[in-house]
Design a protein around this ligand. Sequence first.
Ligand SMILES: Cc1cc2nc3c(=O)[nH]c(=O)nc-3n(C[C@H](O)[C@H](O)[C@H](O)COP(=O)(O)OP(=O)(O)OC[C@H]3O[C@@H](n4cnc5c(N)ncnc54)[C@H](O)[C@@H]3O)c2cc1C
Length: 423
Amino acid sequence: MPDEAHATNTVIVGAGHAASEVAVSLRQKGYTGRLLLLGEEPYQPYQRPPLSKGYLSGEADEQALYLKPTSIYEKLGIDVRTSVRVVKLDPAHQIVTLADGAEEPYDKLILATGGRPRPLSLAHEAKSVQRLSNLHYLRTIDDVNSIRRQFKPGFRLAIIGGGYIGLEVAAIASRQRVHVTVLEALPRVLARVTAPELSAFYEQVHREAGVDIRTSAQLERLELDASGDAVKTIVCADGTVLTTDFLIVGIGLIPNVELAQEAGLTVDNGIAVDQSGRTSDPNIFAIGDCSSRPSALYGRRVRLESVPNALEQARSVAAALCGQPCPDESVPWFWSDQYDLKLQMAGLSHGYDTLVVRGKPSARSFIAFYLKEGRIIAADAVNSPAAFMLAKRVVAKQPLINNRSALADETIPLQSVFSDAAQ
Ligand SMILES: Cc1cc2nc3c(=O)[nH]c(=O)nc-3n(C[C@H](O)[C@H](O)[C@H](O)COP(=O)(O)OP(=O)(O)OC[C@H]3O[C@@H](n4cnc5c(N)ncnc54)[C@H](O)[C@@H]3O)c2cc1C
């Protein structure tokens, strides 16, 4: 084993998806040293995807969110400490400082600090807006518990942001007979991640379910009720006035990089790491939503916000710390559940020049391929899990598609379209 074998004391900051995975993976790969997870939330490591899906709807309970039973961490000798915030890193002395002033030394440090919701910032209300009783963000169990208290039939909900989280919430709220309006600043929903054809499909699905989707809707100001504690009306730049009972803001994520930044580590749209997860300090690694790493597949540094990415990066760091080869880079993928629709996406579609749709959106089952200079770089599948699995493998190779009409033709098996493609 290389010098990493001398690491007998590994501290992990953050106790989320990536943190839990790296700790368990380290044990599975034979790491026998101390493992300490420090998480600021009052919960054992849990998964976030159900927060805007089954946990929000009430179909999944809190227990179903936990990644592992507490007994597994105990059995594996992983010390998980909750409600503990790390406030400072000292790379020179290899120490982290906790909010209560206590210090923890480390041989190797893994930053798995995730991110926080991008706050709503309105010119006049920037300060007060974050403390209002009916304005919510959605990142934690506590956030959802507060939101659920206001999920009442007949209540009016305004969702700021037509991204995945906003639309998943809209789907659940409308099923619970909450009146939902989605205000999206861009001309279409999901604009940053999908093609206009997919956006149009999802806008139609939501409208059919009774959701009021408003695009190019620029928020101008919020007007408070008499108590001054809750939003009563939303005023848009075009003069539209919307009365609401509560709001959920889903306008993106800010990676938690401050600890790393203040400690002098390189930050580049996330804590910058190499392929094995190592930061600019050889004893410090970073994984998950907070980190950006070089992608051979895309020829640039990428920061991904997804469970598959958190797991892959965690396993890479565990391998590096145990002196094992870094697993190959996988194609990024993600999923979103809205109504009866499972959307699965493989690859990053940025820069595509052609979209080929196979199947009919009206049948609520189709796959859209994103091509760049004739090569498939990404795919979005709606209720098409088998096609998605094939597409995911193909996106990794980015094959040159000579026959686009065959790709769109459902009577020709995808397998044969791909086997005819040039590498
Ligand atoms: C509502 C919602 C729905 C989602 N749906 C999907 C989905 O369908 N599919 C998908 O692939 N991904 C989904 N994601 C994204 C996915 O959950 C994240 O990519 C994943 O959780 C990233 O894991 P992480 O460990 O990097 O960060 P996190 O899970 O955010 O964990 C980071 C933890 O570190 C803690 N922390 C931060 N700073 C400190 C500090 N200084 N001291 C101590 N602790 C600290 C944080 O409080 C947090 O608990 C969703 C996310 C949300 C919020």
